[in-house]
Design a protein. Structure first.
Length: 130
């Protein structure tokens, strides 16, 4: 049976720590690149928008940088969309219409039709993490 020397145990822990730190730093760099790209491609809300929000989320599992934008106009019309920061203009999810839904409302998330903003938000969390 092989008996590890204390020095070898410390060396193994040091290597494991360095590998974990390198992976964490790479993750932070990727998240920063996602944020920078999201800022570049974010759509400009129409003039008169009273609420404007942009968020981004890096999904490490799918290696995708998601952008989520929301704006609201005075007449209670809203637009909320989710898209890949590196494929701007190709919407994965979209809600457009009146806050509480109704005729003329556009609502889909990942090829699933939805009826209102509550469903949109629930599906956006399920498919995109935010």
């Amino acid at each position: 049976m092989y008996k590890m020397r204390p020095r070898n145990v410390v060396l193994c822990f040091a290597i494991a720590f360095l590998l974990a730190t390198a992976a964490h730093c790479q993750s932070l760099k990727t998240q920063k690149a996602c944020y920078d790209q999201a800022l570049k491609v974010a759509e400009t809300p129409p003039s008169g928008a009273i609420v404007k929000v942009m968020a981004n989320h890096y999904d490490a599992r799918s290696k995708t940088c998601w952008v989520k934008q929301f704006w609201q106009l005075n007449d209670m019309t809203v637009n909320e969309s989710v898209y890949n920061a590196f494929e701007p203009g190709v919407f994965e999810a979209e809600y457009g219409g009146i806050v509480w839904g109704g005729p003329g409302t556009l609502c889909f998330v990942h090829n699933v039709l939805c009826n209102n903003m509550v469903e949109f938000e629930r599906l956006a969390v399920k498919y995109y993490g935010f």
